[in-house]
Design a protein around this ligand. Sequence first.
Ligand SMILES: Cc1cc2nc3c(=O)[nH]c(=O)nc-3n(C[C@H](O)[C@H](O)[C@H](O)COP(=O)(O)O)c2cc1C
Length: 177
Amino acid sequence: MNLLVISGSAFPGSHTNAIAQIIESLVEQPENKVTVVDLCELDIPVFGQGKSDDVEELKRLTEEADAMMIGTPNYHTSYSGVLKNALDHLSINEFEMKPVALFCNSGGMRNSDPLTQLRMVMRGVHAMVIPTQASTCDSDFMKTAKGHVLKNEEIIERLSLMIDTLVKQADSEPVSI
Ligand SMILES: Cc1cc2nc3c(=O)[nH]c(=O)nc-3n(C[C@H](O)[C@H](O)[C@H](O)COP(=O)(O)O)c2cc1C
């Protein structure tokens, strides 16, 4: 499986990106390949205001991925604008029937509302979002010299389950609609 993990935080060193890094370490390699993209490091213009090499690269990575994991911070009980802007540059062409798993991090309490809304967006691009998702909050992380580290074992197990599901889905015959 060629897995693309997108971290949708507006800031470097985010909790969301820390989850993306854990995911990378959980995927069995080299039989699977993982690419992590931290959107805050890319030059992605506001949709409609031009293109960039990073937009083209994101399109290519999305198209080539067999499966994706998309993460977002909770901003006002929704997903981030950075992520929505990136998704607006993409389309059904890249997502059609692609297995996708979702995760999010909230500052206060764990909250799945951002993922419920992201699920609707994924439906709009014909992605196949798996039912299992992961919601964290800041207190699930430990702050170390290297940045945030996810320490909640139950959530780490859940991420492993999500990866296993994606591997199975990516191996199965795609259904066209
Ligand atoms: C614009 C904005 C809105 C936010 N709204 C919420 C919110 O509604 N609920 C919440 O729990 N945290 C909220 N937060 C806090 C973030 O979810 C929190 O800082 C989280 O750690 C961000 O994740 P990240 O480190 O992956 O970017 C908000 C933060 C920002 C910047």
